[in-house]
Write a protein that binds this ligand. Structure first.
Ligand SMILES: O=C(O)CCC(=O)C(=O)O
Ligand SMILES: [Fe+2]
Length: 264
């Protein structure tokens, strides 16, 4: 199977801020991700079953393998022309019903936009399972952080941010699309495209999925919700990856030294 995105897929990403494509992951690896999650230690398994587990890659070798899969990395490199670096995984057994947001409000970058999410379907996803909802074209909106919309830069004001996003969607008339995927497909979304979890119509169903968030090498990384007095630059907890080869690491180290990136 080709690891390259087609020109049609690239055009879709440029137009919509989102592209649906194949992950290139084998059935065996998809099964392995699910098996590893079910074998988590009891406390973590409870966390997963309650709705989500963050950074399960630290415990599950196949969650990590999915995050660093070369066919996904090469697609991201194709879209951004920079080296992708995975830094967070989320695994969901069911829909999140999360209100629409841009991931930039959680993980921003300098320059803006050098971050993306990859949503991997670990089973076929239909409309009753609370699929991802997203608003094609919303990535064209300018960057906005808490202070740009009159809110103090803090998670205490996150609901105000969500209300603002909802109003923006109305005002611009963005139309929703849904991530109805076949097992093994992925959605790649740009950092600033508005997206969330649609309501799970049938609560008895599962919605097994993995999201991996990626930054790109050679940028600075910061957290708007933790930026009380100044931008909260941080060094992400990179997921070890073939990709983190010498050239980029050296470039990153130089940048880090120059900009004195703070650990948060
Ligand atoms: O899967 C979902 O319902 C939303 C996930 C999401 O927004 C994210 O991981 O950034
Ligand atoms: Fe998100």
């Amino acid at each position: 199977m080709s690891q390259e995105l087609t020109s049609t897929e690239i055009a879709a990403f440029r137009r919509d801020g989102i592209v649906v494509t194949s992950s290139g992951l084998s059935d065996q690896l998809l099964d392995g991700v699910l098996a590893d999650l079910e074998a988590l230690p009891p406390k973590l398994l409870d966390e997963y079953r309650a709705g989500r587990i963050q950074d399960a890659w630290k415990h599950c070798s196949r969650v990590r393998a999915a995050a660093v899969e070369s066919s996904i990395l090469s697609k991201l490199e194709q879209l951004y022309g920079a080296t992708p670096r995975p830094f967070q995984t989320l695994n969901f057994p069911k829909g999140t019903e999360q209100r629409p947001h841009s991931d930039s409000i959680h993980f921003n970058s300098q320059p803006f936009g050098m971050m993306c999410g990859v949503w991997l379907a670990l089973e076929d996803i239909g409309p009753n399972q609370g699929p991802l909802i997203y608003y094609p074209g919303s990535q064209e909106l300018p960057e906005f952080n808490f202070e740009d919309i009159g809110l103090p830069p803090s998670y205490e004001h996150y609901t105000g941010y969500e209300d603002h996003v909802e109003a923006l969607v109305q005002r611009h008339g963005f139309q929703p699309s849904y991530g109805l995927l076949e097992r093994g497909q992925i959605i790649i979304w740009a950092a600033n495209v508005l997206h969330g979890g649609s309501s799970q119509i049938d609560k008895t169903l599962t919605r097994k999925s993995q999201v991996t968030h990626y930054y790109f090498a050679g940028c600075r990384y910061w957290r708007p919700g933790l930026s009380k007095r100044q931008r909260a630059f941080f060094e992400p907890g990179w997921i070890p990856c073939q990709n983190s080869k010498g050239r980029n690491l050296l470039r990153y180290a130089a940048l880090r030294a120059k900009n004195a990136i703070v650990n948060w």
